[in-house]
Design a protein around this ligand. Sequence first.
Ligand code: BGP
Length: 471
Amino acid sequence: MSTTSFPDGFLWGGATAANQIEGGYDQGGKGLSVQDVMPRGIFGPRTAAPTPDNLKLEAIDFYHRYADDIALFAEMGFGVYRFSIAWSRIFPNGDDTEPNEEGLAFYDRVLDELEKHGIEPLVTISHYETPLHLAETYDGWTDRRLIGFYERYARTLFERYGARVKYWLTFNEINSLLHAPFMSGGINTPKDELGEQALYQAMHHELVASARATRIAREVAPNAQIGCMVLSMPVYPLSPSPADALEVLQFDHSNLVYGDVHTRGEYPGYFLRTLREKGIELEITDEDREDLTNTVDFVSFSYYMSVAATADPAKKVTGEGNIMGGVPNPTLEASEWGWQIDPIGLRLVINQFWDRWQKPLFVVENGLGAKDQLVEVDGVKTVLDDYRIAYLNDHLVQVGEAIEDGATVLGYTSWGCIDVVSASSAQLSKRYGFIYVDRNDDGTGSLERYKKKSFDWYAEVIRTNGASLTR
Ligand code: BGP
């Protein structure tokens, strides 16, 4: 009998995003992105121009250290590495007609290193880094012209890297748009001044752009596998009352609509009802409808936490959480940042997605953000991150359970496999990595890398294809 639930060829690895690791924000012809004016994270105020307190400007300097970092990933045995391409490195303003060759050449070099180590790339085309010019000139994705700019960008990537990159994701956590319009959609108008009509129209534009990228990939990169990427957030009724169960359904629908459109090629009835009730009339052209029928090959998602839902207005408080938050679940513990830890939720979400869409799934983000202490053991600097090992172990066991339940899961890339700048808080002290990066929230630090205890632990999980996990 097999000692592991993970199939042969299961892709083990880690994930990052350009704006959270690269730095070099003004090097190699790169233009500014929305992240370069977000020194305080998602919900903090934006600045007029880049300011020195913005850790993302230098981040962890992957722009110069990528070869050494990829060598460390290879040492752990990574079969896959998920990273994003910074749109503003390729099209500095977003609406340029010609790409920036220096930017394209940088990712050629990254791909060279991955090939050298036999690591499969998994590329996110747009991960919270819309060129700033598109935000300031067009109000981001509220403007239909963004579809054309994104199309040109995606085509450029497929033409340049299509023979070398098999797995692509069109938009990171596409369902975060309504919650974080500036970061997720490059929408400059402050959230409280934005009407829902504009927000939902922006959502439609992104869905069309995503489907159009899939269509283009079929033409120019026939071996490419295109996936959508959603923020998954399983939700439980706070009580067994039918009214709470209905809340659960509606919360779920507000997230599932993105996967429904990506896998079925049209808007579901419950979503059309939402629009009707809100009095929103989307501008949807015949060409849009045709584009949307280009459905994805696989569905990828992030998973960190679950929430509860209630119909009782007195109990409707919003807890901490990954972008959208929700009602805290009294049965669960939380991380230092208030994200409730729920390994079984991952099994539930894999089953739900598999039952609903019958598309291969890819867990492309999961992990624990925690404060780490650098210590010295036998003269070697490290972090004794047993809490991270426990979190990852328990979640991976549930991925195995979901595979046993019958779901097809292509792989697992843990989030922030090397410490990165946090998306929500813009801190470096919210660490996820197997590799510690010596950089502090005030920007000091040598940028040296140190292996944490979890480094060897994960290498062993990969080497045994999951058999070493503790059940
Ligand atoms: C997801 C984002 C990532 C990443 C992760 C962890 O929402 O796709 O970019 O940052 O969450 O979140 P945080 O950095 O806020 O801890």
